[in-house]
Each structure stands twice: as C-alpha cells, then as structure tokens.
Write a protein that binds this ligand. Structure first.
Ligand code: NI
Length: 310
C-alpha cells in the first residue's frame, strides 16, 4: 500500500469527535470526502477496506455542498519530448573550417535560426523548444543583440548555442579585411556583453564568405563557417505548412537546417516540424555538438548558391 501524499492541516479530515462549533461539521464532512476521493484515486486500498467508500464515517451526519470550484486539470503541452542526450557543448577547438552538414549515421539534426534575436518571435520559439526539450543554435545579428540583450541572454540561459551572424548583416564578401573583421568582432563582443559567452561558430550573411576569409577567421578567432544542408526558403514566407514540408523532406542524419526566427511564419511552422522530426526518430544537437561528432577536417564544403535574404 502506498502512502497518500502529505496534506495540509485543514485538509486532514478525520476529527476524532463530533463538532462542537457551528459549521465545523460541514468542514469535516467536506474534508473527509475530499480525502476519500483522493485516496481512492491514488489506488490506496485502505480507503475502501477501512471505511468502505459509502460507509458513513464519524461526521457523516452533516450534509455538505459539492466542491464546485475544482476542475480536473487538462492534459496540456506536448507529449513528445527530446530525450536528454547527455552530450555537453564542446569546449575544444572546432574540427574544421567549413561545415554544411556532418556525415553521421545516427539520426541527429541541428536546427539553426538566423537573424534574431527578435523581441517577439524568438521568445515564442524558445517556449516551443523548451516544451520539447530541444536544443538549437541561434545565429544572431550583433546589432539585434545590442537591441535585445535580454532575449539573447535567455537563448543562452536555456541551453541553446549562440552563433555569430555578423553585426549588420552585410555580405562579407563585399568588405575589405578590416571591415569584415569588424563585423565579426563587434558581434563577438555584443554577445559576450549580453550573455557572458562567446559564439563558437559563424554563419556569414547570405552564406557568402570566400575561402580565404573563412580560413582567416578560423585561424584568428577559432570560428568555423557554418552553412547548411536544408534550406526551406522560409524568408520568402511561403506559409508555415510549406516551410515544415520542405524541412521534413530535406532532413537526413547530420543535417544542418537553416531557418529564421525573424519571421513569424517560420516560428509558426516549428511545432509541427519539430514533432514530426521527433516521430521520425531525430534528436536535436547544437551545431557545435554536431560538428564535434565528426573529428578531423572531413567536412563537406558545399558551395551554396545563396538566395538574396539569408
Ligand atoms: Ni541572415
């Protein structure tokens, strides 16, 4: 027999003697019923055997009113949750200069969200991820971090990875070395200021970054360039169903999925997308976790024909 949970004093029902004050009988009767109901619902056998569910007890002489305020709690939230994987975010040097996916055999996927933090859409997405115990990577624009540092802080506080997406979202291939460095360094500084951590990876705006630039930033700042293997073109706002469909069609083990928490449609698409990926057996890693699964520099350096708005 299991013990019932502890009760507060006023819920403890069984007064040893009859009531001596007006109204006390009502309380006793009500409380006892509550106790019996709860105990019965817990499957505690003593309730029926000790008193019998319908057997009058010591204070049953007083009729009581029903508890009209109690409601059975609704089942809410999401049943499906990503299991805790016990994989720490790595601290060592990233194992390559460029990644667009990582050739793993297990069903791991990295969801990435660019161009935030956004004051409404990013928190909404964070709620969805938290409900599902999913870790993602946010490629933030440094200027937006300076505008919404609290959102950036929440990203990190909730266990997500934060990555560098330049300070002003200019195409880095159009900039000279000094200006290019400035875009990246200012974002490192903004993220550190807001969150206390430094980004470990870089996603260049529009995916545009020359090989010599990638190599220079990897050597000087330790930041690998992260592109993607799945692009739902969500920035064109085709509607949440299409965004979801494209992601689901594109994900394979080791995929890096590009999308944008800047756009509300993308965030709208996430519950169905994430749940469907979990049903397919996928587990979610941050980008650094995913690339750490492949040691050495055996990365795919796919040339990405970047559309206009990444
Ligand atoms: Ni972008």
């Amino acid at each position: 027999m299991t013990s019932p949970p502890s009760f507060s004093g006023q819920d403890l029902p069984l007064h040893p003697s009859g009531s001596s004050r007006a109204g006390e009988g009502d309380e006793s009767r009500l409380s006892r019923r509550g106790f019996l109901t709860l105990a019965a619902s817990l499957g505690a056998g003593f309730t029926a055997s000790a008193y019998g569910a319908d057997t009058p007890g010591p204070s049953d002489a007083v009729k009581t009113t029903a508890n009209t305020t109690y409601r059975t709690p609704q089942i809410s939230g999401v049943v499906q949750r990503c299991p805790d994987l016990g994989i720490p975010i790595p601290t060592g040097p990233p194992p390559g200069v460029t990644f667009s996916r990582v050739p793993v055999t297990d069903q791991f996927v990295a969801m990435t969200f660019d161009d935030g933090p956004h004051p409404q859409n990013t928190p909404r997405l964070l709620d969805m991820l938290r409900e599902r115990n999913i870790r993602a990577t946010f490629y933030v624009i440094g200027r937006n971090v300076d505008l919404y540092p609290a959102v950036a802080r929440r990203v990190v506080a909730e266990g997500h990875e934060i990555g560098n997406h330049s300070y002003t979202h200019r195409s880095l291939t159009t900039l000279g070395d000094a200006a290019m460095h400035d875009e990246i360094k200012k974002t490192q500084d903004a993220v550190l200021r807001a969150t206390g951590v430094l980004p470990r990876t870089l996603r260049p705006p529009y995916g545009a970054f020359r090989q010599n630039q990638r190599q220079a930033i990897y050597t000087e700042l330790g930041l690998p360039t992260i592109l993607w293997s799945v692009d739902p073109l969500d920035w064109k706002r085709p509607g949440p169903a299409i965004v979801s469909q494209r992601i689901l069609a594109g994900v394979t083990p080791g995929a890096i999925v590009l999308s944008h928490d800047l756009h509300s449609q993308t965030v709208d698409a996430m519950p169905a997308t994430l749940d469907a990926l979990m049903l397919k057996g996928y587990k979610f890693l941050s980008v650094s976790q995913l690339i750490a699964m492949k040691g050495g520099d055996s990365t795919q350096t796919t040339t990405v024909a970047a559309p206009a708005e990444h």
